[in-house]
Ligand binder design. Sequence first.
Ligand code: 1GP
Length: 237
Amino acid sequence: MNHYYPSIFSAFTQKQKMLAILIDPEKFDTKTLENFLSKIPQSTTHLFVGGSTTTKLQTEETVTALKKATQLPVFLFPGDADHISKEADGILFLSLLSGNNPEYLIKQQIKSVAVLKESTIEIIPTGYLLIDGGKQSAVARVSNTSPISQNDIKTIVHTALAGQYMGKKLIYLEAGSGAKNRVSNEIILAVSKAINIPLIVGGGIQSEKELQQVYEAGATLAVIGTAFEKENYNHRL
Ligand code: 1GP
């Protein structure tokens, strides 16, 4: 088994920046894989595979195709317990700390154990916070939870810290795929100052400028999906 978490923690302590490209298996055509991979930024450090409404089969086919085509670590970013492929290198073992729904706080996690305990996937405990991105997100719809308002910075910081106190190794601030408003610099700054584990930020990052702002505010790892699903992504990032 590979251990990728130490490299993320070391990037955090050394203030290096990492970039994950999110691939939603539902929207991903394995035939265009090589073309897709040739266009992602040189600075890409991880590939995340996941989506709120994908299937187990789509997840497995996508992970298999990616593992054949690239040396980049492939991490599962699952929407539920079905979205697991044993061929992945790691899994963000997400617990949705916002929204008060036990199904995504702990129940899906219990369902996933039967498969995970027979695998060699690196499991990374991750506190997942859904922040209001200005339009209803698939995460909010599928998890039947409400995001935390971007104005409620205290609740966001306290939720992130509660995650750290519970032993999470990463905190992920999510504005939702295709968010109108990404997580603000002010929130990223406040959370990154409060916690002492690496911070992931994703949802609605649309340009190189925004990406740099997210890093400057304190994220160790940024996640971009939608901007790369568009034809013109080369011009956008
Ligand atoms: C969504 O954070 C990721 O889960 C990425 O969001 O698709 O908006 O880049 P985008």
